[in-house]
Design a protein. Structure first.
Length: 68
């Protein structure tokens, strides 16, 4: 599953990755809020989103290094 996510992210531009990063951070905030109020059923989703944020940030760093 993570390979398909990674392949999908690799095909995006830096601008699209930035938008994905913002979206993922908003989702993480909402998940944490739901967890704090005991409304979250799938707590593993927090970990998935955190890992996706790290993947996006890694790709953005690689793309910026390639430009230099």
């Amino acid at each position: 599953m993570k390979n398909s996510i990674l392949d999908e992210l690799k095909g995006k531009t830096s601008q699209q990755l930035e938008m994905e990063l913002v979206s993922a951070k908003k989702e993480l905030f909402n998940l944490r809020f739901q967890n704090a109020t005991n409304q979250l059923n799938n707590t593993a989703r927090i970990r998935e989103v955190r890992h996706n944020i790290a993947r996006i940030q890694t790709l953005l760093t690689q793309k910026s290094a390639d430009k230099q």
